[in-house]
Design a protein around this ligand. Structure first.
Ligand code: GLY
Length: 303
């Protein structure tokens, strides 16, 4: 029998999710887990699983990714995403991508079709078109909710993006292990409120928002990007896992490091080298879920 435990963990952002938004977050995570687990259970690779799982959440305006993304100061939508294959120890990422509803799928193409890890801005958009992705008008990604938020923030000169943390909807991510023991991770975001056009956060940076390495584990992070970058949070979790620390303890220790060293708010999901899950957050709530062969139904929670 395989000693690997096919497993999937998902997050839909760590923040002060208001009570009236709890249902939508639980539903969104549930839908993503159902999609991802149906793939893993039928023998799909961890890499395919995390791509599809994250794409489901990008399509759900509940989350700050794809449709529903938070807006830049000029009203545009610029999204970041990354995907890492622990088996090949290879990754693909996109930054400040406009007009494509599923940045994680473009990131996967960067992984498969280029020798680069990260494409940004107009070059990335041209790459997406060359690879058959359909560009959509910005209206397809906008929500009334984010337009209203921008209007309020634009008129508040004292607002700084760290103020939003804990209070802004969240980045999405998934980490999976398949039955061969390969691990993969993917993360996608619309970024932070009132960000300048061209701002790039932790999500597309391997070792910051995302990391996967067979024999070590996989990680996806959410929260204030600048603080996550400061401590290279995903890599920090990986080093805890590499040392043999249990995944729950690793995630908790690293959320502590995020707060202590960078004053950051956020959350982590991870799997260790055997597919055991860990999750931790230092915000009031984090939308998250987990499913493996030993659980007869997904664990899904915001508390
Ligand atoms: N963690 C998402 C961002 O700061 O862009």
């Amino acid at each position: 029998m395989s000693r690997y435990n096919p497993s999937l963990v998902v997050h839909g952002g760590a923040w002060e999710i208001p009570d009236e938004e709890v249902k939508a977050h639980l539903r969104g995570v549930q839908k993503a887990i159902e999609k991802g687990w149906s793939l893993l259970a039928s023998g799909a690779s961890a890499l395919d699983c995390v791509e599809e799982t994250v794409a489901v959440m990008e399509d759900d305006p509940t989350f700050d990714a794809g449709k529903g993304s938070i807006l830049n100061t000029d009203g545009s939508v610029e999204m970041d995403a990354s995907i890492m294959d622990g088996c090949r120890f290879d990754a693909g990422a996109v930054a400040a991508l406009r007009n494509f509803p599923n940045p994680v799928r473009v990131a996967r193409k960067v992984l498969e079709e280029t020798e680069h890890w990260l494409l940004a801005g107009p070059g990335c958009e041209a790459f997406a078109v060359r690879h058959g992705f359909e560009s959509v008008p910005v209206e397809n990604l906008l929500t009334e909710r984010e337009l209203k938020r921008l209007q309020i923030l634009i008129n508040d000169p004292r607002f700084r993006s760290p103020h939003a943390f804990g209070g802004k909807r969240g980045t999405v991510g998934a980490v999976a292990m398949d039955k061969k023991g390969h691990v993969a991770a993917a993360t996608s975001t619309g970024g932070t409120p009132k960000k300048l056009p061209g701002r790039v956060g932790d999500t597309p940076l391997i070792g910051c928002g995302t990391y996967a390495e067979d024999g070590v584990g996989g990680i996806s992070c959410t929260g204030w990007g600048e603080s996550i970058m400061k401590v290279m949070l995903a890599r920090e979790v990986a080093e805890h896992l590499r040392s043999g620390k249990p995944p729950v303890d690793s995630a908790e220790a690293c959320v502590g490091i995020l707060k202590a060293r960078a004053g950051g708010l956020g959350g982590i999901i991870c799997l260790d080298r055997y597919g055991n899950p860990g999750m931790a957050f230092n915000t009031p709530r984090m939308a998250r879920g987990m499913m493996n062969a030993e659980t007869d139904k997904p664990f899904i929670s915001v508390d």
